[in-house]
Design a protein around this ligand. Structure first.
Ligand code: GLA
Length: 396
């Protein structure tokens, strides 16, 4: 099933550090100069240069990025992505609004994303064909502003999937066909897709995607996929589709976790095993670990409008304290140990964002925070979490 190969070498580590203009601990010094080559023993012990190299025997390591990175206007982040990752997702540009904000298609930016992946030999992930949010208003409307009918919406869905998934046939390897169709209690989300088309919208979307992108793996993607009720409902989706001979290949566990609180590693492991038993691949599709206080009960608030809120929810505006960074690093390592343990079924682990300064968690669920959820800091330097994750690779 896996075609990833491992190749570790000191010289690749050095060139990755130079290319990325940052250092990952390679310490270029006399032992590796041409006049004093490393001994066989030293070479065998050389640390891998990058995440993609470190986990090459286990899974691909991906990253989601904004247009500024794949168009390379943010050159430093683009170089970091090339040095560290071997799979990419566009944060927004392959979403409905990214290619069809009006009924006319515009693939200008999506084409640049796919081109970046192809040029750099990366696996390309398509995100997303059907989602309940970030959709243009026209999509659900009929003439005179009335709600669209089932037939109208199914027609638009087919046109969208044919055009988007069809355009990148053979280039995009995985498609999130449906994102976040379930509530945490396992019931169907009552989105406009659900209320206008009906419960079979998921089957319809997967059928259309299989026809438009016969070579791509088709994914159901959602958050909190470790929660037992939601996990079981996702397994039911897999079974239902397959009982009707509709192709579904993988479950995407988003993996927006926090340093504190649930899920435990056991929750995550149980879910991975449930998806494995259902016979699908698992993708950790949107991984980050939020170290700030819980704020999901205050969605949309802006901490700058209240000194009280700022004190409570934005504790590290001037820097990430070593202790909090260490706790986050341990949490990352614990999760990665589970991913490595189950790498027979996990095909990829993808981070949601390149570096702390660019993470969605600075503005969501509340605005105005200084967050630190990723492996690279605001200067694109590797954090303790990066080194902890890399250490897990060398344990295996
Ligand atoms: C969800 C979506 C992503 C992205 C993230 C946060 O997880 O699937 O497309 O919007 O939220 O930005």
């Amino acid at each position: 099933m896996k075609s990833h190969t491992r190749s570790r070498s000191r010289s690749r580590q050095l060139s990755a550090c130079l290319a990325a203009s940052v250092c990952f601990g390679c310490q270029p010094s006399s032992p590796s100069t041409p006049s004093n080559p490393p001994t066989a023993e030293q070479s065998a012990e050389a640390a891998p240069a990058s995440l993609k190299e470190a986990f090459a025997d286990h899974f691909l390591v991906g990253v989601a990025m904004p247009a500024s990175v794949f168009t390379q206007s943010d050159q430093a982040s683009a170089e970091l992505v090339k040095a560290q990752f071997n799979r990419i997702t566009a944060e927004n540009e392959t979403k409905w609004k990214g290619v069809q904000a009006t009924p006319e298609f515009d693939f200008t930016t999506a084409d640049r994303f796919v081109e970046f992946g192809k040029t750099n030999g990366m696996q390309i992930h398509g995100h997303v064909l059907v989602w309940h949010t970030d959709q243009p208003e026209w999509l659900f409307k009929g003439e005179g502003g009335r709600p669209a009918t089932r037939e109208e919406l199914l027609g638009r869905l087919k046109e969208h999937i044919d055009a988007l998934a069809g355009r990148y046939k053979g280039s995009i390897a995985y498609w999130d066909v449906v994102n976040e169709g379930l509530e945490d209690d396992g019931t169907m989300r009552k989105s406009e897709w659900y209320t206008i088309i009906g419960e079979d919208y998921i089957e319809q979307a997967f059928t259309m995607a299989a026809a438009a992108a016969p070579d791509a793996k088709l994914v159901y993607n959602d958050y909190n996929m470790w929660m037992p009720a939601k996990r079981d409902a996702a397994v039911e989706i897999v079974k239902r589709l397959r009982s009707k001979n509709i192709r579904i290949d993988a479950i995407g566990m988003q993996g927006h976790y926090r340093t504190a609180g649930d899920p435990t590693t056991a929750h995550v492991e149980d879910a991975i095993l449930a998806y494995k038993a259902a016979g699908v691949e698992v993708l950790i599709s949107e991984f980050d670990i939020d170290p700030l206080p819980f704020a999901w009960d205050r969605v949309g608030a802006d901490v700058n409008f209240s000194a009280e809120l700022k004190a409570e929810l934005d504790p590290y505006p001037a820097g990430f304290p070593a202790e909090a960074e260490e706790a986050q690093a341990q949490r990352y390592a614990d999760m990665f140990r589970i991913f490595v343990k189950h790498s027979d079924v996990i095909e990829s682990v993808t981070f949601w964002g390149v570096s702390d300064g660019a993470s969605w968690l600075n503005t969501w669920p509340v605005k105005g925070r200084t967050n630190y959820p990723l492996l690279f800091d605001r200067q694109l330097q590797p954090k303790k979490a990066y080194h902890a994750v890399m250490a897990v690779a060398s344990e295996s």
